[in-house]
Design a protein around this ligand. Structure first.
Ligand SMILES: [Mg+2]
Ligand SMILES: [Zn+2]
Length: 188
């Protein structure tokens, strides 16, 4: 039987929004990221990062850096007793016309195939309205966090958006607490 998952945007949601993360030294986890992901792990939910990383296609850094950053991310999480069940990245640029760049739902759909996930019972937490649109396109529930670009997107872009989040959270930990309540404490 397929399971619900919690998809997480990367930049601005679990690590500080620093423009392009073009060096390992620019990758810094937000303070609540480890406890938030650990809570999801403990609840038995699949946790999957879905991220657009067009910097490689733009020539700003080698594609291998994305893998290095994700290895570092897993290492930092492991030290805090947390882990990700998958990391799915689009490395293309906006002009490449690829199938996987958010807000297209492909990254979530691929994860659902690989991990046997039920997208209709899943969540995507992100700091941009494009993440909320991605969730809608995948048939999942979108939650906006006010970290990263979130506060500005919520204040200045909200009125013009066709799709609104099911919840707005100050940070990832509050988003996770809301998700666990929404699932009624019985996620699987
Ligand atoms: Mg983001
Ligand atoms: Zn792509």
């Amino acid at each position: 039987m397929s399971q619900p998952a919690v998809f997480l945007d990367r930049d601005g949601t679990i690590n500080e929004q620093m423009g392009y993360i073009n060096h390992l030294s620019r990758f810094r986890l937000l303070p609540q990221a480890i406890p938030a992901i650990r809570r999801l792990n403990e609840a038995g939910l699949q946790v999957v990062v879905v991220t657009n990383q067009s910097g490689a296609a733009r020539g700003y850094f080698p594609a291998s850096l994305v893998d290095e950053i994700h290895a570092l991310l897993q290492k930092i999480l492991a030290a805090g007793g947390a882990h990700l069940d998958g990391i799915y990245a689009c490395l293309h640029g906006p002009a490449d016309g690829c199938a996987c760049r958010k807000p297209q739902p492909w990254l979530l759909e691929q994860a659902a195939r690989d991990l046997n996930l039920d997208l209709s019972r899943s969540y995507l937490v992100g700091d941009r309205y494009s993440d909320i649109q991605t969730a809608a396109n995948a048939g999942a529930k979108g939650i906006l966090v006010l970290t990263g670009y979130g506060r500005g997107e919520y204040e200045y872009l909200r009125a013009a958006q066709p799709v609104q989040p099911v919840h707005v959270a100050v940070d990832l930990l509050e988003a996770v607490e809301w998700i666990l309540q929404d699932l009624g404490g019985n996620p699987s």
